[in-house]
Design a protein around this ligand. Structure first.
Ligand code: MSP
Length: 529
């Protein structure tokens, strides 16, 4: 059932509206029109995912958060570049390829494709998918290396200490917990010739940067400062005991060895590669750098909050505006791990439930930033409660009940056109005001990365509208007060229009289906009165 609803506010007569199902909802604006004041472009990035294993729900979570911000920003009039991709070099990938009996490149090609395949399954509105084995990336990584050489921040030395291949991270003796990395990963003793980056030089500037600008939430900021409290050691940024990486550029080093770049220096550069670096005059670089938002899991905070800004400072490049570290998903109380065999497979999940219920669950069940406990039972319960399937409309709507009741009744009583309202009552005005006030609130939730509040805000308005329809009972007004019935339906349709628009970032299919039912002419409904 498709209702072509026309708004009388555009001067369409009811008769004309009845005659033409193609008329569109244009009852005012929600998001600002594209022609309004130009808004800052937004460059939004996920971490690039290691290709040592198949994707799991934790990877989907980081991408989902970015997708919600990207979708909302586009609707809100920002030009957006949403970047994701795969991190394909390093010892971990080399070892996994070896175990699989494949060359690292063939292995990376295969696994990278499984990450790419997630994008349409979850409706991730990615603009660019980058791979660190691409030629353009190797060129960018080598250029960043050369910039660090020029700034005098690299020197040749020897690394002797602990290394975790799983974390691709160097650890000090003091950091180890029961002989393992603080993450629980195994560590091994490494002694090899290596280039070092003078990280120690940047401690003060990093601290000033962290304290001066609210680039990171308070608790994450404190943990980064705590890490730097006793000083920062220079960082080993090349490896010589394996070959799967970007070769260190320049003349052969005095030690006569072949160095490949440390995988984190290589990987972090992806955020620049995507914009055309080393060409800092490239159009995308000029529009989108510095990045508006890097979203990462809390486990990789150190790399993004310390190493990355230090590399950028050394290369004389502006620093990203915002970094957000989200929490960690467990599975039924246990840490997800391949060895335990409890990793949640995002492909099976989306095939079973569809993208919108999974997206909605991941973003509304847990405070964004805190850890969460995944359980399929909770997902099913949350979907049933909040995304109740409305069988007769044939689509899943967060507002299924509300939409079905309003639209089918309007179809029957008003021939599928938006009825002309009469005088508004207090209740009408209150609900309309609630709908109009939601956009600035949602904007605040996105800006502060309180993404769980976003879904709650949309559900809250849907609940208020459901209460309104119960109290106003338009079906009881049909004969006695037809003008009042039309006003109530007008109010409900206007609220549904807001709900349809605002539900798109988290549940894009539901939003699109509802907009179609409303006959809205575009996903932004930017019609100006
Ligand atoms: N390759 C690096 C990132 C380089 S970015 C320049 C990496 N990759 S990863 O595949 O291990 O992890 C990528 C993201 O997935 C991280 O943000 C991480 O926090 C997230 N998750 C992986 N497992 C997770 C959970 N169990 N729960 C939530 N997110 C977690 O790190």
């Amino acid at each position: 059932m498709l209702l072509g609803l026309a708004s009388p506010s555009r001067g369409a007569s009811l008769a004309a509206a009845r005659a033409s199902r193609a008329l569109r909802v244009r009852s005012g604006r929600a998001f600002a029109s594209a022609s309004a004041v130009a808004k800052e472009p937004r460059f939004i990035t996920t971490p690039i995912y290691y290709v040592n294993g198949q994707p799991h729900i934790g990877h989907v979570y980081t991408s989902l958060a970015c997708d919600v911000v990207a979708r909302f920003s586009r609707l809100d009039g920002h030009k957006v570049l949403f970047l994701t991709g795969t991190d394909e070099h390093g010892q971990k990938v080399e070892q996994s390829a070896c175990k699989a009996g494949e060359s690292p490149q063939d292995f990376a090609d295969r696994v990278s494709d499984t990450f790419r395949a997630l994008l349409p399954l979850y409706d991730f509105s990615v603009d660019q998918f980058i791979r660190t084995t691409e030629a353009r990336h190797k060129e960018a990584a080598a250029a960043l290396w050369s910039a660090l050489v020029e700034s005098g921040d690299l020197y040749l030395g020897a690394y002797e200490g602990w290394y975790s291949v799983r974390d691709e991270c160097f650890y000090t003796e003091e950091e180890l917990v029961d002989g393992n990395a603080p993450t629980g990963a195994e560590v091994e003793w490494v002694a090899e010739s290596s280039y070092f980056f003078r990280l120690s030089r940047y401690r003060q500037r990093l601290e000033e940067h962290l304290l001066a600008k609210p680039t990171l939430g308070v608790s994450r900021c404190l943990s980064v400062l705590a890490f730097m409290r006793d000083g920062l050691r220079d960082l080993s940024v090349s490896r010589t005991t394996f070959t799967w990486g970007v070769p260190v550029p320049g003349p052969p080093p005095p030690d006569g060895l072949s160095h490949v770049m440390y995988v984190w220096l290589d990987a972090l550069t992806n955020y620049l590669t995507a914009l055309g670096y080393p060409d800092t005059e490239a159009a995308d670089f000029r529009s989108f750098w510095p990045a508006s938002l890097h979203v990462v899991g809390k486990d990789i905070l150190r790399f993004h909050a310390i190493y990355w800004p230090a590399f950028l400072m050394a290369a004389g490049l502006p620093l990203p505006k915002r970094l957000f570290a989200h929490g960690w998903w467990m599975n039924e109380g246990e840490k997800m791990s391949k060895s335990v065999g409890n990793v949640v497979d995002p492909v099976a999940l989306v095939q079973r439930y569809g993208p919108d219920p999974v997206r909605h669950f991941l973003l509304s069940d847990v405070t964004f930033g805190a850890d969460g406990d995944f359980s399929e039972k909770k997902l099913v319960e949350s979907s049933n409660a909040k995304l109740a399937n409305e069988p007769r409309s044939g689509i899943r709507l967060p507002l299924g009940n509300l939409a079905y009741r309003t639209l089918s009744f309007t179809q029957k009583q008003c021939g599928g056109a938006v009825p002309a309202p009469d005088a508004f009552s207090e209740d009408d005005l209150q609900l309309l005001a609630e709908a109009a006030a939601l956009l600035p609130q949602l904007r605040t939730h996105v800006d502060s990365m309180a993404l769980h509040r976003y879904s709650q805000g949309v559900s809250g308005l849907a609940s208020a509208a459901n209460r309104y329809i119960d109290v106003q009972a338009p079906w009881a007004l049909k004969k006695s007060e037809p003008a009042r019935m039309r006003t109530v339906l007008y109010v409900l349709i206007e609220v549904l229009r807001h709900l349809a628009l605002y539900s798109q970032p988290v549940t894009p299919r539901i939003g699109a289906a509802l907009l179609e039912q409303l006959g809205a002419r575009s996903s932004r409904d930017t019609a100006e009165a």
